[in-house]
Design a protein around this ligand. Structure first.
Ligand code: NAP
Ligand code: ZN
Length: 349
């Protein structure tokens, strides 16, 4: 076993403490990554606070990992020492089911292995990126293009792919009207990516506080959902709505903004069920859908797309002793637009 430093939460309430965890010894297809940066995703908070079900503590969250390969197993062919690489929300899957065969490992029928809080094929409890090193089988590692700085690349591994995948699947392109609900970590990536795909992009945020930012990120229009006029004005106008909100919202109100055959895709994952009145769907043959991250091939495609279109995340880099504070700010929607932990500060008091 390889002992490494990490920041873990020991209960639902926290706080984070410096600790050591064990990474497995390198298997023939494993890569050892020296983590440089780890993004803070709202899913880290939902998970650690037990909102999605019971978890085992201590827990080391983090599934937006960017780093450098520091060692490779005897049969690794895809990566070499020194490569700039990333790891997202998955570290393994069965590789054999029909979904894995299609490259949609996130929907593995046998259950893919989450980067933290899961039991892997070796029987070990997985621990995430708020740590100095991670061991991952090469098939679940992606390459970070040279054009993207490692700190701003980290959030692409979850926020980037989670928005890229549904935008591609539901055809964001020139001539399509796309709305993004919530301008946080996922939301700001959705705006950048949908704009780069050529769609006409509208942000639907709680207030107009971030309007200037939203337009700069690539939005064509920006509305406050606290203003009831917004829902009247935009009724029936969007082909696609990506809802990134981490809390419950009135889904019927947002469905009313879809045009004929439009789709509202929920990527936000609040703990409690969202109610839907079927008449909101029946009226204009609308769809209410969901989407979970993306497969490994598509994650690489997204990174290459971002490099080509000069896209990265807008980040606030923090030291490892400030994770609790950053989480509180995420919960208060006070994030512009992703916190990223500088792992070189892991030992900070
Ligand atoms: P985030 O940075 O906190 O962004 C969420 C945004 O939602 C906030 O910035 C805020 O935007 C808006 N919001 C928050 N509370 C709200 C409320 N009560 N009413 C209306 N709007 C509210 O979170 P994130 O990291 O982007 O994650 C968003 C959600 O996606 C989380 O639930 C997360 O678990 C989930 N997620 C899902 C997947 C997947 O595969 N499907 C992957 C990653 C994350 P405004 O200030 O602009 O209103
Ligand atoms: Zn995430």
């Amino acid at each position: 076993m390889i002992k490494v430093n990490a920041r873990a939460t020991f209960s639902q309430e926290g706080p984070f403490k410096l600790t050591t965890i064990e990474r497995r010894n390198l298997q023939p297809h494993d890569v050892l990554i020296e983590i440089k940066y780890a993004g803070i995703c709202h899913s880290d908070i939902h998970t650690a606070r037990g909102e999605w079900g019971p978890v085992k503590y201590p827990l080391v969250p983090g599934h937006e990992i960017a780093g450098i390969v520091s060692q490779v197993g005897s049969e690794v062919t895809k990566y070499s020492v020194g490569d700039r690489v990333g790891v997202g929300c998955l570290v393994d899957s069965c590789g054999e089911c029909s979904n894995c065969q299609k490259g949609e490992e996130q929907y593995c029928l046998g259950g893919s292995t989450a980067t933290y809080g899961a039991i892997d094929r070796y029987g070990q409890y997985t621990q995430g990126g708020y740590s100095t090193h991670i061991v991952v089988t090469e098939d679940f590692v992606v390459r970070i293009p040279d054009a993207i700085p490692l700190d701003a690349a980290a959030p692409l591994l979850c926020a980037g792919i989670t928005t890229y995948s549904p935008l591609r699947h539901w055809g964001a392109a020139p001539g399509k009207k796309v709305a993004v609900v919530g301008l946080g970590g996922l939301g700001h990536m959705a705006v950048k990516i949908a704009h780069a795909m050529g769609a006409e992009v509208t942000v639907l945020s709680q207030s107009l506080k971030k309007k200037e930012d939203g337009l700069q990120l690539g939005a064509d229009h920006y509305y406050a959902t606290s203003d009831p006029e917004t829902f009247k004005q935009l009724a029936g106008s969007f082909d696609l709505i990506i809802n990134t909100v981490s809390a419950q919202i009135n889904i019927d109100a947002y469905l009313s903004l879809l045009a004929l055959d439009g789709t509202l895709v929920n990527v936000g994952a609040p703990a409690d069920p969202l109610a839907v009145n079927v008449f909101s769907l029946i009226g204009h043959r609308r769809s209410f859908a969901g989407s979970m991250i993306g497969g490994i091939r598509e994650t690489q495609e997204m990174l290459d797309f971002c490099a080509e279109h000069n896209i990265a995340s807008e980040i606030e880099v923090i030291s490892a002793d400030r994770i609790d504070e950053a989480w509180e700010r995420v919960l208060a929607s006070d994030v512009r637009y992703r916190f990223v932990i500088d792992i070189s500060t892991m030992g900070n008091e």
